[in-house]
Design a protein around this ligand. Structure first.
Ligand code: COA
Length: 213
């Protein structure tokens, strides 16, 4: 397998959206929004073009990762700039071959070199703990409702990056998507059936889990 990671280019846009759609379809709810989110993101003020990567296997794109600006807002309204990744995805037929790991690790290394303070993400802890992400509670960083959720995961990018930093996480508004807009965008893709699958239950259960340790 000849693996190559490089920045996303305009010629990749459609195939990246198609792969994202395959990876996320029916995973968290019937259908998915991720291909539309990526489409919007590229023109959004929070998009970080230098951290948009695709991974190729034998010259074919099989996955991607996208970053946006986010922040931690303290109790006194002081803002600390952070970054966030997502969507991150690998084409389903290439799962568990280490490609996601290569892509995430590469992007984290580049983000470190760019001098960013920390990465905040929402996701399953078992996906991201291997990279050193820890629950927000460990850093006194909550969601906007001041609760600590297990799904809020944080990785400081340099020594002491989060010393004396606490507050709540704020993600880009690019993720606020209306179902009807996503559905309209989806019409330009091959028809695909929206349906229930068991992974949706895991997602529903996980997003509300509080970190009470
Ligand atoms: C999440 C995703 C990007 C991982 O990509 P991948 O190439 O399959 O992951 P890797 O093979 O590099 O796995 C690296 C490690 O992550 C963890 N991991 C990845 N997928 C996992 C899963 N389904 N269950 C448990 N652990 C998992 C494991 O620790 C794994 O190491 P291992 O295979 O040695 O046990 C891929 O499964 C995907 O595209 N999923 C659908 C979209 C999605 O959920 N994206 C994340 C939310 S934005």
């Amino acid at each position: 397998m000849n693996i190559n990671i490089r920045n996303e280019e305009p010629k990749d846009y459609r195939s990246v959206e198609e792969i994202a759609r395959e990876a996320f379809w029916n995973l968290y709810f019937p259908g998915c929004h991720e291909h539309f989110v990526i489409h919007k993101m590229r023109d959004h003020k929070d998009f970080i073009r230098d951290l948009a990567f695709v991974v190729e296997v034998d010259d074919q794109i099989v996955g991607g990762i996208f970053y946006t600006h986010s922040k931690i807002v303290s109790e006194k309204n002081k803002e600390y700039k952070t970054i966030s990744f997502g969507p991150v995805f690998i084409s389903p037929e290439f799962h568990r071959k280490g490609l996601g790991k290569e892509l995430i690790t590469h992007s984290i290394e580049v983000a470190k070199k760019m001098g960013y303070r920390a990465i905040l993400i929402l996701g399953y802890p078992y996906h991201y703990e291997p990279y050193g992400f820890l629950g927000g509670k460990r850093y006194n960083i909550s969601m906007a409702d001041e609760k600590y959720y297990k799904g809020l995961l944080i990785l400081p990018l340099y020594e002491g990056a989060l010393d004396n930093v606490s507050g709540h996480a704020v993600f880009s508004d690019v993720f606020d998507v209306k179902d009807e807009d996503a559905d309209e965008f989806d019409k330009s893709f091959m028809p695909k059936e929206k349906k229930y699958q068991a992974s949706q239950d895991e997602y529903e259960m996980t997003i509300s889990l509080l970190d009470e340790q």
